[in-house]
Design a protein around this ligand. Structure first.
Ligand code: KG4
Ligand code: ZN
Length: 346
């Protein structure tokens, strides 16, 4: 089965052609970084307008690169939730039009679940991965999942405030790094000599059993480390000169605290059940330190780690087409009533 996938939930317009749920024939991503850079964040209305302009050319390019004509497409998959509503509507509208005009099945795919699937792309080996523990770490989401199949995904917990990627982006802005902050902060934290224990930062635990995350306290602590604590008398809490060395120390200390917070809750979830696999996805899974922690964690516990290659960490449509094809094979499909939905399924 050949599936054309479309993704437009935030600031990437993407299309991909995937065969058999796994084999990526093409994956085209048109990023809008340059449109949002001056605002240091995504402006929803600008993003939706850019999707309208880009969706057809991106789709054409995906078909061309795959060497697949529209007549060879067996189904159309689209990320229909969660995301910015105006952005989602563009992808959903395009996917519906294609599905209807080609008389081929339509399948709406949850973007967050698709991130969990991204490590399955281009993989050969089979064998059951379920029950699997899922971790999505992105700009919009930080959540843990229990998966019994691709059709049965249960959310175990998630962030109660900022997503980890959002914290990365905000901290990067405080440190004066250009947008997109995450990869730039990752690079700065790896500066030779940067000391990840230089600044003490909080790792949120919440309650003893909680599988939820919180990153707003960590973000505020970095703000205070850079700008000083408001109304502080203690000289230690006053702002210090932001030298290149201190910047790198703050970046490394933040990166350690953010990774520790993710790994703490992951370990709590893994303690509850014997999982066969750990499925990871989302933009922050591109982070060098987190990838190292995840690989070591899985190796120590004997869990099969399914971590996507760099090209599928960030938003893309191959994960949408791949999961879409897999869900269709499991008997799921949508119809012309498919709605764009800003929130994820529970
Ligand atoms: O998955 P994604 O493309 O979009 C959402 O679904 O949110 O994730 C984008 C997020 C951004 O916050 C970006 O800064 C972060 O992923 N990111 C990183 C790295 N690469 C991307 N964060 C930390 N380290 C990285 N290397
Ligand atoms: Zn995403």
């Amino acid at each position: 089965m050949i599936v054309l996938g479309l993704e437009s939930s935030c600031d990437e317009t993407a299309a991909a052609v995937v065969r058999g749920g796994r084999e990526v024939l093409s994956s085209v991503v048109s990023s809008q970084y340059e449109l949002h850079a001056e605002y240091a964040g995504v402006v929803p209305e600008i993003a939706s307008r850019a999707h309208v302009e880009r969706v057809v050319p991106v789709m054409r390019e995906a078909l061309e690169r795959a060497g697949v004509g529209l007549g060879m497409i067996d189904a159309v998959a689209v990320g229909n939730r969660p995301g910015l509503i105006g952005c989602l509507l563009v992808g959903v509208g395009a996917a519906k039009a294609l599905s209807w005009s080609l008389a081929k099945p339509l399948i709406g795919v949850d973007h967050v679940h698709a991130h969990l699937y991204s490590g399955m792309l281009d993989r050969q080996e089979d064998g059951s991965i379920f029950p699997a523990l899922g971790l999505v770490v992105s700009g919009g989401h930080t959540a843990l999942f229990h998966l019994d199949s691709w059709n049965q995904v249960k959310r175990l917990g998630g962030t109660i405030d900022d997503a980890v990627g959002e914290a990365y982006d905000k901290v990067a802005t405080v440190l004066g790094l250009p947008h997109p902050g995450g990869p730039n902060l990752d690079r700065l934290a790896r500066t030779p000599g940067a000391d990840e224990r230089a600044i003490e930062l909080p790792v949120s635990r919440l309650s003893r059993e909680s599988l939820d995350f919180s990153f707003s306290g960590l973000k505020t602590s970095v703000l205070y480390a850079v700008k000083g604590v408001p109304n502080a008398r203690d000289p230690d809490k006053l702002p210090k000169p932001l030298t290149d060395e201190r910047k790198a120390d703050i970046a490394a200390s933040f990166q350690k605290a953010a990774c520790d917070a993710v790994m703490l809750k992951l370990a709590r979830a893994a303690d509850r059940l014997e999982y066969r696999a750990l499925l990871v996805g989302g933009g922050v899974s591109a982070n060098s330190r987190l990838r190292g922690c995840l690989e070591a964690f899985a190796a120590k516990r004997g869990i099969h780690a399914v971590i996507p290659p760099m090209c599928y960490c960030m938003d893309n449509a191959a994960m949408i087409a791949g999961l879409g094809g897999t869900l269709l094979a499991l008997g799921r499909h949508s119809d012309m009533n498919l709605q764009a939905d800003p929130v994820t399924a529970l």
